[in-house]
Unconditional design. Structure first.
Length: 99
């Protein structure tokens, strides 16, 4: 069953390619115009992908910085809590002063 689905998908892709080729061949514009239009669309697509990648990279960098700041803040809070606990332990276990 899985083999049949894979085979169907391959035929779908082949049909898609043949359809695209026929569409280009029978386009209402001249070949030179069609190729120029395809180049322009590819350039626009590359630019869009590059912009999206740049935005995702910047967003990931912001998340990393935020994570580092959160980690640093939590580390400081835990350190302060440990120091406070040590101090409280010292105070409760210290020998009481005799008057």
């Amino acid at each position: 069953m899985a083999d049949n689905n894979g085979n169907s998908f391959m035929w779908f892709l082949a049909g898609l390619g043949v359809g695209a080729l026929i569409g280009v061949l029978y386009a209402p514009k001249a070949g030179r115009e069609t190729r120029q239009l395809i180049r322009e669309n590819l350039d626009e697509g590359r630019e869009y992908v590059a912009n999206q990648a740049r935005q995702y990279k910047e967003q990931a960098a912001q998340w990393v910085d935020k994570g580092k700041n959160t980690y640093r803040h939590q580390k400081e809070q835990i350190g302060a809590a440990i120091d406070a606990g040590r101090q409280a332990y010292r105070e409760t276990t210290a020998e009481p002063k005799k008057s």
